[in-house]
Design a protein around this ligand. Structure first.
Ligand code: SF4
Length: 164
């Protein structure tokens, strides 16, 4: 419904105050649909074949055994290769730090059995998380929509359930 609770929860849980104005790990996109506005909450998709991991010259990216793609800002040199390689524009460059940062799927919260901040904050449960194979089975959905990149490029780990 476009309340942007997920954006706010992400910013509060993960980002420094000085970065909030121009760094958004999660963003809500909107478009006019046949029956009114439609929204898509988007962030890093922790892809099966992540372009960010492939192009990073200092190996700042790692893919955990559970599939979460984590970026280490300590290693980052701010070259922005990942920013240009990611078809979802997930890596965010901070003018303050001159480095990239990106959604880490709240892995520390998940390691403690909690949901990611965006999922926990969504008042209509439009966001969920879990094993991709289970989600595909129980939710159905698609991996790409008109206007989004082809899922063949990086094999994003998400399912989208279109409204219309
Ligand atoms: Fe990397 Fe972009 Fe895929 Fe996230 S969405 S894993 S930043 S290629």
């Amino acid at each position: 419904m476009g309340c942007r609770s997920c954006e706010k929860a992400c910013q509060e849980a993960n980002q420094q105050a000085k970065e909030i104005e121009h760094v958004k790990w999660r963003r809500v996109l909107s478009e006019d649909g046949n029956k009114g506005k439609v929204f898509l909450s988007i962030s890093c998709n922790h892809c099966a074949e992540p372009a960010c991991v492939k192009v990073c010259p200092v190996k700042a990216y790692t893919k955990r055994a559970d599939g979460i793609v984590v970026h280490n800002p300590e290693k980052c040199v701010g070259c922005k290769y990942c920013l240009y390689a990611c078809p979802y524009h997930a890596p965010q460059f901070s003018e303050d730090t001159q480095r990239i940062s990106k959604c880490h799927f709240c892995y520390k919260r998940q390691d403690q059995g909690q949901q990611p901040a965006c999922v926990a904050a969504c008042p209509t449960k439009a966001l969920g998380c879990g094993k991709l194979s289970e989600l595909k089975k129980t939710q159905g959905g698609v991996a790409e929509l008109n206007g989004l990149p082809s899922a063949e490029i990086t094999k994003p780990s998400w399912v989208i359930i279109p409204k219309e």
